[in-house]
Design a protein around this ligand. Structure first.
Ligand SMILES: [Zn+2]
Length: 202
């Protein structure tokens, strides 16, 4: 007795579609630029007058699982804490109090953990944040600026990242600036210098 399988589906070739109907937008934002831009946008929330840093944690499915920017700890009135970079007494500077973007991004995670994730961050992480990055299981760090490269903090940071086997790479943006133009939604066909409501060349 031969059993026939009525549930067998026969794969047919997909019907060809006219190429003119499948034309996609070409100048969309690629993932790395998108994640770094999210980090930079979040930095705009910072109240720090001298340094605005944002961080964005992304899992292996390109999903954002944490965002943070530098600020005073939760519940601590930031009008009652100093924002200064220098003072006679270190307690009158921001340094003993402020939470860096990386710390906040990790603490703000909306997933069970951030193991195996990539962190996009505006500034190369300091040694304290690097400790958190390592302990959280983040595997890659992509940063934009390395302006404090020669400080002991960053040197210690590189030492730890190297030992922990975490890769770190400087981000090379394809465009110098991304402009968010709220008005672009009303004029979807209108191109500014390129694409999504305004990407401007450097
Ligand atoms: Zn830090």
């Amino acid at each position: 007795r031969v059993k026939t399988n009525k549930n067998l589906t026969i794969k047919s070739k997909p019907t060809p579609v006219q190429p003119s109907l499948t034309k996609k937008r070409q100048d969309y934002l690629e993932w790395p630029e998108y994640f770094m831009a999210v980090a930079f946008l979040s930095a705009q929330r910072s109240k720090d007058p001298s340094s605005q840093v944002g961080a964005c944690i992304v899992n292996q499915e390109n999903k954002i699982v944490g965002i943070g920017y530098n600020g005073m700890p939760n519940g601590c009135d930031d009008d009652l804490l100093p924002w200064s970079r220098s003072a006679d007494n270190k307690l009158d500077t921001k340094y003993p109090y402020v939470c860096h973007a990386e710390l906040n991004a990790i603490m703000n995670k909306n997933s069970a953990d951030v193991k195996g994730c990539t962190m996009y961050v505006a500034l190369f992480p300091c040694n304290e944040c690097t400790k958190l990055i390592i302990q959280a299981g983040i595997k890659d760090v992509i940063y934009l600026s390395d302006k404090y490269h020669d400080t002991p903090e960053m040197t210690a940071s590189r030492r730890l990242l190297n030992l922990a086997g975490i890769t770190y790479k400087q981000f090379q943006p394809k465009q110098g600036r991304i402009v968010i133009d709220f008005n672009s939604i009303n004029h979807p066909g209108l191109k500014t210098s390129s694409g999504f409501g305004g990407v401007q060349s450097p």
